[in-house]
Ligand binder design. Structure first.
Ligand code: URA
Length: 428
């Protein structure tokens, strides 16, 4: 089948067959289909959309373009989670050991920072000695032994997604729901789990700014996962402000440890409990998500989740003493405070800009800038909180000398008003 004809059909609003989509994806990965033809097809999909079946065929072709992990040697229902990405999102660091402590095996492949959003792999690597580059045998063996493992997804997991994503990024076709669904789900399917919980973020710091778009993405992910024969649930959570107080790498691990101790910010704890409750339910150890929530609360309260995290860190070569003494995590050389210029109520936080600021400061992987585990923010004030002039809003862990422009940028992300607005940080 000529690529020309496949593209023409989609441009004219016709459906593509499974064979056509497979030929397009395989041909593009092998370099036999020109990037301009693939770009034209992606643009046609952006405008015309894909049916559920076409989305599933695309997902399958992308997943099967590389290595597919076989987790059948691990007993039980393997449940994975995926976040669509956000600022201060440390949910995986809590949810993985929490769910494993409840008896559900979790073999989690994870990613690095992308744009304004952080990456679980970068965060965990701030633990001295912690290895995320596990071989397949190490990964599976560890889940068999202790019930969980977190490894960075290697280049051969869904290579078609990497190539197609790079082209989408250049051709302004990222924001297409079927393309996002196939991108996310192809990597998850290649990871080999039996069931998935998708934490779909909405708001300024999310890929999907509008709640309606996030709902459409959530529904698309669940419908396509079902076509793949997997059980799946999606929860929606807000990125209208950072999750928790910490934004960075080591600072986020410290906050995740606080949640595992039964402490930590309420918003992080709530999202972690909700995600974990659904994972426990999909894993078959509780009869419904409500019971899952009660079990997850018990596992946090009893210290079982924290103990599982200690085992996870030690199994992957990390210094497990950070669990009892998070001050042993990399500490900043310099600290600075950004103060509000006037009294008011926090009415909005430009979360995306805050994420970019953290990345530019060195906590992310933007461009050629140095990446460091030491840098990050603590947002000490969140939406709807009243605070007085000159009260510290953010504590930045920054390199010295801190340029004045950082203060200006820091203040610009904060909206101050007179009226106390409702705090919209969670939608279940
Ligand atoms: N995250 C992904 O993995 N893929 C997308 O297309 C968007 C967000």
């Amino acid at each position: 089948m000529l690529a020309y004809e496949i593209v023409r059909k989609k441009l004219d609003g016709e459906a593509n067959s499974e064979g056509e989509i497979r030929a397009l994806v395989d041909g593009f990965v092998r370099g036999e289909i020109a990037p301009e033809q693939m770009a034209a097809w992606l643009a046609a999909v952006y405008v015309r959309g894909l049916s559920d079946e076409e989305t599933w065929w695309l997902t399958k072709a992308m997943a099967e373009s590389g290595r597919m992990l076989d987790l059948s040697a691990i007993d039980g229902i393997k449940v994975d989670k995926h976040s669509t990405g956000g600022v201060g999102d440390k949910v995986s660091i809590v949810a993985v050991p929490l769910v494993a402590a409840g008896g559900v095996p979790v073999a989690k492949l994870t990613g690095r920072a992308l744009g304004h959003t952080g990456g679980t792999a970068d965060k965990l690597e701030s633990i001295p000695g912690m290895r995320l580059d596990l071989s397949e045998a190490e990964f599976i063996g560890q889940v068999q032994r202790i019930g969980c493992a977190i490894a960075v997804a290697t280049e051969d997991i869904a290579p078609a997604d990497k190539k197609i994503y790079a082209l989408r990024d250049k051709t302004a076709t990222i924001a297409s729901i079927p393309l996002i669904v196939s991108s996310i789900l192809s990597k998850k399917l290649a990871g080999g789990a039996d069931a998935f919980v998708f934490d779909v973020k909405f708001g300024d710091g999310a890929f999907m700014r509008q709640l309606e778009e996030a709902k459409a993405l959530a529904e698309g992910l669940v419908r396509t996962a079902k076509l793949a024969g997997k059980r799946a649930v999606a929860v929606l959570s807000s990125m209208e402000q950072p999750l928790g107080h910490a934004v960075g790498n080591a600072v986020e691990v410290a906050e995740a440890i606080a949640v595992l101790r039964g402490e930590g910010p309420t918003d992080v704890r709530e999202v972690c409990l909700t995600v974990a409750a659904h994972m426990l339910w999909l894993g078959g150890v509780v009869s419904d998500p409500q019971e899952g929530r009660r079990k997850a609360e018990e596992l946090l309260g009893s210290g079982a989740a924290l103990e599982k995290f200690r085992q996870l860190v030690a199994a992957q070569g990390g210094d497990a003493s950070i669990v009892d003494d998070p001050k042993r995590l990399p500490q900043p050389n310099h600290r600075a405070e950004v103060r509000a210029e006037r009294e008011g109520v926090v009415t909005q936080i430009a979360t995306r800009r805050l994420g970019l600021l953290a990345a530019r400061l060195g906590a992310g992987r933007l461009g050629a800038r140095a990446w460091t585990q030491r840098r990050g923010f603590g947002c000490t004030k969140k939406s709807a909180i009243l605070f007085r002039r000159a009260r510290c809003w953010r504590r930045c862990k920054v390199p010295a000398p801190l340029r004045r422009s950082w203060w200006r940028k820091g203040r610009r992300v904060l909206g101050l008003g007179r009226k106390r607005l409702p705090c919209r940080w969670w939608r279940g």
